[in-house]
Each structure stands twice: as C-alpha cells, then as structure tokens.
Design a protein around this ligand. Structure first.
Ligand code: ADP
Ligand code: MG
Ligand code: MG
Ligand code: MG
Ligand code: MG
Length: 441
C-alpha cells in the first residue's frame, strides 16, 4: 500500500541508507542482486526495477528477457558488515513479467503457489532448517579444504578455534533479524551448525538464502571460506540441511494429538506418507548437485533408506521427541546446496498430497536400519533414496504431482541443468579412475 511504501521510505532515510540491493534467487538458489542508489527507492517500491532475465541460470529465454523486480517490503534489512557512512540495505524481491504477471521461473513464486494451496486447506506450513557448513582455510585468495580446526561435536575452545567466527556470524544474523536458537561445533573437523527459529516456509526460505551469504561474508572477513557443499571431504560427515516441518491450523500445531498413539495426529502421519511417496522426486531439488549423492551414503549420519521413525535417529523422516507446538517431522535428506524455495515447495506439495489422499505411511522403522541387510530391508518395505543426480532427476520427471507443483518452466530447466551436469561428470576422467587403472592396465 501507499502508506507502507511511505513508511519504508522514511525508514530508509532514517537508517542513512545510501545503496539498496534488490535480491532474488536463480534456480540453483544462488542469490543475485542489483544495487540501486537510495534515490531510486521510491521507484523500486512502487513500479519495480527492470532487469534482463536471460543471463540468469534457468531463467528466461532471450525473447522474453525483460523482467521486473518488486521488493517484498517485509524483507528489508541492513547489511551489518557494511560499516561507515554509506549504509547498505537489501530487499528480497519477487520477479514479474512486463505484463505484470508473476514470472513462473521465480523459485519464490513456486513456493508461494504451494503455500497458497495449503492456506486454502486452512494450513500454515512451518519449516525449521538446520544448516551445517565447513570453515576452511584460504590460500592465496582461493578456498581450500584445509581444516581451520580439528574440533568435534559440541567442543569448546581451544579445540574449537572457530568460536569467534561463529560468534561474529551469530551477531550479524541477529542484527539482520534472525532469532538464533543455538550454534555449535558439528561432528566433523571444522564443521559447524547454527540454528535459527522456525517460521513460515517463505520466511525461512528467504532466511536460508540470507544465512548462506551472510555466513560466507563474515567468514571471508575472518580470512576463511564457509562452504555449504554437501560432501567436501571424503571420509568424514557431509553437511546437511535437516528440514523440520509442521502444519499449523487455527494457530495450533496440526501434527499434535495428545490422545493419539505417539501423540501424532493423522495429519502428521499422512504428511509423512506423502513425503515417503514422493521423496525420490523431492531428492532432485533437495540434493541438487552431483556431490550431494556422496553424502547420502551409509556410515555418516546421513539418510540412505526411505523410512520414518519417532525413536530412531537414522530414519529419513524423524519425529523428534518434543510435542505440543514443537511437534514436527524432521526430513534429514536435504543438503545446504539446495534451493530452499523449491525444496520447501516440493516437500509441502508431497505432504499435502498425503493429507488430501490419506496416504498411510509404512510402519515406522524403529531399529537402526543401517544394521539390516538388503533382504531384511526389502521385507520391511524400505526402499533406498536415488543414488545419483541422474536417478533423482528421472524420478522427478516421472512424478506428475511434484512437477505440477514446481511448474513446467522450472521442471524443464531443472532437467536441462541435471542433464548438462551429469554429462559433464560422467564423461570426465576422475583421479579415482587413474589411481585404480593407470598402472594396473
Ligand atoms: P536436532 O535435534 O535435529 O539437532 P535442532 O535443535 O538443531 O534439532 O533444530 C531444530 C529445529 O526445529 C529448529 O530450527 C527449531 O526452530 C525447529 N522447530 C521447532 N519446532 C518446530 C515446528 N513446530 N515446526 C518446524 N520447525 C520447528
Ligand atoms: Mg541440529
Ligand atoms: Mg539441537
Ligand atoms: Mg547437525
Ligand atoms: Mg537435526
């Protein structure tokens, strides 16, 4: 509204903002932005700012490349690391076509569409992603995979040399409006986790993008490289983005039913049923890189088998112990290379399918499924996640419901990206092959 725009313009002035970054995400979830001087703020907030979409990965064709960025006023924040006189603010934007229609290739729009469907059923979708990342040393301005520390889970200084960097990251995120719940050293050397409070899926997807670029920026200011790559080092844990999910209805957690077995509502069970039905297609967006599949292997706390449990930490869908408003399903397969908008959209579409069509999940797998052999798993009806981007991409193409949720424009481009990356990877001769075969043959 005009009032909201006027109030925003006042705020920009009062904050001493000199530059405004208009931010959006490409299909791979990378933030893109254009900076405008503060005097353009009014135009940006009323008409939007034009840009050429054809240069953005997975965006537009040349013939429809004129696009418009419209800032979402609620996403205003200062970039706290830009000190001094010339303050920098940023907005996350929605992408529109010149005809005023939302652009179908905008991941944020894809999520909004599924969120609107949930709303039409009376549901709010909440997500709480847990992002893990590594802090690596830099060498001559280039990132390496050299550990910055050799600490382990929940370690303190002096083993955890990153305490100070992590504190800087937490302070910056807090200044940007995050409610940080915890930050700790993770299991692997140089690996960390910072948890922020869950919220609506759209707000948390925005937060994930902000989290990654703020963390990278603060790390760099400390001479380190923050990597969200899924499995940067062979032989130690990779980085996940466990995604905690719940549906709320009339202000109450619809997954909680004090009278039901495990105090889990039918809605929660059907949601899990939908997730497990569509997880192979979801994997294409939740684990979008060739490297993502090096994390989804036995032995490193990452899920491999398609199961759920309220007691077993190794399950793909885990129901953590807290109940009441904290009742949630933790999906453990996503990794932080994913585009959070597309991942949450696919998860929600699958969960809603479960709720609408009353999809009962298979019995919960409460034993450590990694200890079962292939036959026992088969008997228990436990299938495996796709083993490669090639497989998950094929699974997405075969899943009409998830394809419809993401829309044809996005699906077509995801397919192109996966085919290109898979081809590049499978035709490359890797060091492992030389080690194995060069002297042997
Ligand atoms: P873990 O025990 O798996 O390490 P964490 O404590 O690191 O879990 O993270 C739990 C996440 O779940 C937090 O981001 C928290 O805000 C989120 N969460 C709590 N309640 C809900 C809920 N009802 N819906 C979605 N997410 C939730
Ligand atoms: Mg955690
Ligand atoms: Mg925890
Ligand atoms: Mg963790
Ligand atoms: Mg977790």
């Amino acid at each position: 509204s005009a009032d909201a725009v006027a109030a925003m313009l006042e705020r920009i002035k009062a904050d001493g903002v000199k530059f405004i970054r208009l931010q959006f995400s490409d299909l791979t979830g990378h933030p893109k932005n254009v900076a405008i001087p503060h005097i353009q703020a009014e135009k940006a907030l009323t008409d939007g700012i034009g840009f050429d979409g054809s240069s953005i990965e997975g965006f537009a064709r040349i013939e429809e490349s004129d696009m418009v960025l419209k800032p979402d006023i609620s996403t205003y924040t200062l970039l706290p690391w830009r000190k001094g006189e010339a303050k920098v603010a940023r907005f996350i934007c929605d992408v529109y076509l010149p005809n005023g229609k939302p652009f179908e290739g905008d991941p944020r729009f894809a999520l909004k569409k599924v969120v609107a469907e949930a709303a039409s059923m009376g549901y709010t979708f909440n997500t709480g992603p847990e992002l893990e990342f590594f802090l690596f040393k830099m060498c001559d301005g280039e990132p390496t995979t050299q550990y910055q520390d050799v600490g382990g889970y929940f370690d303190l200084a002096p083993t955890d040399l990153a305490e100070d960097v992590r504190r800087d990251i937490v302070l910056a995120l807090t200044e940007m409006g995050f409610e940080i719940e915890a930050s700790h050293h993770e299991v692997a050397e140089s690996q960390h986790e910072i948890d922020f409070k869950y919220g609506s899926a759209l707000q948390t997807a925005d937060n994930v993008v902000t989290f990654k670029f703020a963390t990278k920026t603060i790390a760099l200011l400390n001479g380190l490289h923050a990597s969200f790559m899924a499995k940067p080092v062979y032989g130690i844990n990779g980085s996940g983005m466990h995604t905690n999910c719940s549906l709320f209805k009339d202000g109450k957690n619809a997954f909680y039913d004090p009278d039901a077995p495990l105090q889990l509502s039918e809605t929660a069970l059907f949601f899990i049923g939908g997730i497990l039905k569509h997880i192979r297609a979801i994997t294409r967006v939740a684990n979008p890189t060739i490297n993502s599949y090096k994390r989804l292997v036995p032995g490193y706390e990452a899920p491999v088998y398609m199961s759920w449990s309220a007691s077993n930490r190794t399950a793909l869908c885990r129901v953590p112990a807290p109940r009441g408003n904290s009742t949630r399903v933790e999906i453990r397969s996503p990794d932080p290379t994913c585009n959070p908008y597309l991942t949450f959209a696919a998860i929600l579409a699958a969960g809603l399918d479960g709720v609408k069509n009353r999809i009962t999940p298979p019995p919960s797998a409460d034993r450590n499924i990694f200890k079962l052999n292939a036959e026992e798993r088969k008997a228990a009806g436990i299938d495996t996640l796709p083993g490669s981007l090639y497989e998950s991409n094929a699974a997405l193409m075969a899943d009409e419901l998830i394809c419809n949720a993401l829309g044809p424009h996005i699906v077509e481009n995801l397919n192109t990206i996966a085919e290109m990356e898979w081809d590049a990877f499978r035709t490359m001769v890797h060091p492992w092959e030389l080690d194995q075969y060069l002297s042997k043959y």
